[in-house]
Design a protein around this ligand. Structure first.
Ligand SMILES: [Zn+2]
Length: 466
């Protein structure tokens, strides 16, 4: 059996992966808060952990892996949208409008992540379906002295858990110095965090021993992972931005409520995404959603989900990833070449060992792509690319679709020819024809006009400057 090695954030080392139960390998990934479209950075963990999911399924068998990714569907931003719609005259109760908003957003999320070729997790729990489990966990924490109720809130007593900070390698006092801790009169210690908070009129709330209220964000993941995966499971993933405080808090809650378990044995964190070398931000104007990229935005044409995925996988998950238009162009050219090679080919039963070995080596996706470049047999290429979620039959429509760019080039060639008729200098026409042919485009010129047909070796990158 292939030995998978993973970088464990808990130990800060690359370790051999040994599941608790090889018949049921369990992985939890912090999912989205469903208040709006996912931005490109949100998609990185989805693609990274999709590759890990595929690898685990390959090694342990598809029926022996359980992958859980939650939806946080209780959040102030969701409430704000629902409230704004209600004030604008939308029909239905606030609860119904909240539900409608989360349904809408979950639908978008599924469509966008499907377009990136991410397999759906085995379970996608919604926080609002697990409120009872959260209340039970909070009660247990209070009973054992790890939490306390105050003014309608329940807070976790951070200093009651001696290992707090172990994941991020910092002490409570270090963290206090660097964190934006909310000081509140009802807190025993500024580091204590909210497990439950009161809901006033006009906000969604659930009855609890501490009055009508709603859960804090951190307890959601602890309760859902316990319910679906148990007190001990194998892998917990998420973006590095969640390591503190979210993941520290998850560990503290889960280990204190269920001291019989170890919570997650391996913690994996993906680094953040940048755009053209800069942090993505609305103020820099380089902020976009996955849908913007898929459909085209700011006058740019859409980029196929498979191409986005390929660009993501060229960078190791522990390194910051830079999204650039140039990388997308190069990725499309490579995928186009491979797709032509595997067209109509039945994948071989086994992926190339080099590809599996690269992935098993702490998800070395760049190494796996390099190995794909070395494969001559199309059947093996197709089977191996599937380990990365590439060259899937359902994702290849973009290759067959005519390039929107080509009509502009055809017009240009028509204009050049018309000009050449007058000047009797056909050199510019010939030069452009040659450049098109070099880019893998078949040029058909007739009296009726110009037809440009991308051939099997079509490389859009080579059209630049035309
Ligand atoms: Zn979480």
């Amino acid at each position: 059996m292939t030995q998978i090695r993973l970088r464990n954030s808990l130990t800060r080392k690359v370790e051999d992966f040994h599941p608790i139960d090889a018949k049921n390998v369990r992985m939890y990934l912090c999912g989205p808060t469903v208040y709006d479209r996912a931005h490109l950075g949100n998609a990185r963990p989805v693609v990274v952990f999709d590759v890990l999911y595929r690898l685990l399924r390959h090694v342990y068998g598809p029926e022996h892996v359980t992958y859980v990714r939650n939806f946080t569907d209780v959040d102030d931003k969701i409430n704000a949208t629902a409230l704004a719609r209600k004030e604008a005259g939308a029909e239905g109760s606030l609860e119904e409008l909240i539900r409608a908003r989360t349904e809408e957003t979950i639908g978008w999320y599924h469509a966008d992540m499907d377009a990136l070729g991410a397999l759906r997790p085995d379970r996608e729990p919604r926080a609002t379906d697990y409120i009872g489990a959260m209340i039970a966990m909070i009660e247990k924490l209070i009973e054992d002295g790890h939490a306390y109720a105050a003014e309608g809130h329940v807070l976790f007593r951070v200093r009651s858990y001696k290992d707090y900070g172990a994941l991020s390698g910092r002490t409570v006092d270090d963290m206090m110095a660097g964190a934006r801790v909310e000081v509140a009169p009802f807190k025993e210690d500024p580091m204590d965090f909210v497990l439950w908070k009161p809901s006033d009129e006009g906000l969604p709330g659930w009855d609890s021993p501490w009055g009508r209220g709603r859960p804090g964000w951190h307890i959601e993941c602890s309760a859902m992972s316990y319910e679906l995966l148990g007190a001990s499971f194998d892998i917990h993933g998420g973006g590095i931005d969640l390591q503190f405080p979210h993941h520290e808090n998850e560990i503290a809650q889960s280990c204190c409520a269920h001291p019989e378990g170890s919570f997650a044995n391996y913690w994996l964190h993906n680094e953040m995404l940048q755009v053209e070398g800069k942090k993505m931000s609305k103020s820099l104007g380089n902020f976009f959603t996955v849908r913007d990229l898929l459909d085209g935005h700011h006058g740019e044409k859409g980029i196929p989900g498979e191409v986005i995925r390929f660009v993501f996988l060229q960078t190791h998950y522990t390194k910051p990833m830079d999204w650039t238009a140039e990388k997308a162009r190069a990725a499309a050219a490579t995928l186009r070449k491979w797709r032509t090679a595997v067209d109509g080919v039945t994948p071989s039963p086994e992926a190339a060992p080099e590809v599996i070995a690269a992935l098993a080596d702490d998800l070395n996706t760049a190494g796996a792509i390099a190995a794909l470049h070395q494969i001559d047999d199309p059947a093996v290429l197709k089977a191996s690319a599937a380990m990365l979620g590439l060259l899937d039959d359902g994702m290849g429509d973009w290759v067959a679709a005519p390039e929107a760019d080509l009509s502009g080039l055809a017009d240009k060639l028509v204009a050049l020819r018309a000009n050449a008729m007058e000047t009797k200098d056909f050199a510019p026409v010939d030069a452009m024809k040659q450049a098109l042919v070099a880019a893998g485009v078949e040029v058909r010129m007739s009296k009726a006009g110009v037809e440009l047909l991308p051939g099997s070796d079509f490389d859009p990158a080579k059209l630049e400057g035309l």
